[in-house]
Design a protein around this ligand. Sequence first.
Ligand SMILES: Cc1ncc(COP(=O)(O)O)c(C=O)c1O
Length: 437
Amino acid sequence: MTYSMTQPAELAVAGGTPIRPSTRRWPTWPIPAPEAESLLREVLHSGRWAITSPEGSELFERRFAREFARYLGVRHCVPVDHGSSALVVAMEVLDLQYGDVVLVPALTWTACATAALRAGLVPLLVDVDPDSGCVTPEFLDQDVEARALVAVHWACTMADVPALTAAAEPRGMVVIEDAAQAHGGEWRGRQAGSMGRLGCFSFQNGKPLTAGEGGAVVTDDPTLAPRLEELRADSRRYRGTSAPPGDLDLEESATIQGANHCMSEFNAAVLCAQLAVLDREGEVRSRNWRRLRELLAGVPGVRLLEPRPEQTRMSMYEATIVFDELPGAMTIEEVAGALSAELGRRFYATDTPLHRSPLLAPWTKPTLAPLAKRFVDLHAGRSYPNADYWANHCVQTHHSAFLGDERDMRDIADAIAKIVTARGPVVEGQASAHGLG
Ligand SMILES: Cc1ncc(COP(=O)(O)O)c(C=O)c1O
């Protein structure tokens, strides 16, 4: 069915017929890559399920580190158990002082801020750009002396890491590039995650490159790489030579206090397999996303969040539909609910910005008390109008919606047009202009 914008129809949330019949399935996620099963079997029978297993065949963790570093064009990759751990060790490796300030965009997942607290630092939230949803140099706080910035690529747009680095470094701030939502994206031909002094990734279940859980820190800096290894393996790093019989590949180098953030061999094997399909899946998503953009071109008050022109390859964790004009008197949560009902998949308002997120509450943990007090003091009187705008005007859906075909895009466009038409002014002649008539 193709929905006409000139014929308002009852929304599915109000009992009307949904745009998409429930019999039409959406692509599932995650999708096991062709090699995943055989590599998992290999681990199962290898006698090495962890990097702390006695020496033997090559660790998948080493193989993934090598292949991912090559993919990104960086020198070093240190896999870890979660993206949050990647951020923690990236902050720890910088030798900052307890209580130093780290700038974190207000529009991101809570882990960016909680990682700072876990590393003994204080996150200071900064507002984001009204066009990209990412932090830009003008939003780097001038009043507070900060030592690091977490530059987050958000949803399907990339932050301008070179510009942020040019603005941050003269002020003594290190840029940690958070590419947890940007696998495969490129900025002027450079891979997401490869541009900051350190780049951090998550391989959690929803991410375009996933093993269920997992993460990695990457860097070109040869002084940071061995210390990152120690920080994630209880102060141990890989030996320069092969391990003595029955011994570990790790040695107790112990130059910096570490903890256990190691990636399991099962996760590493899955990641080796999934990396092989990352770009192919990315192309399908980009093609479908471009088609949806065409279909929505004439729908009034609605647009897709667009990557900036410098982004030479799209990355997508969540597609973001911006309702600059909210249909009728609907809240963004109601728009998301209406879209979900029309399409039979989850559409949602973006995560609550961190300045009002219930997930960022360091005062609830007594051991964080000194950091929590500074956190509260630093944020007194601050506001985040752009982050709030994004939160109040955009609806997101998981990237897997873009792994199907053109029909899926027509359904999404038709559902959006239906909601705009049912609750907003009917715009004569728009439908045929953008192919929805
Ligand atoms: C931007 C960003 N940074 C960090 C993380 C944390 O990753 P993980 O969930 O693997 O700990 C996430 C997770 O969604 C994220 O979106």
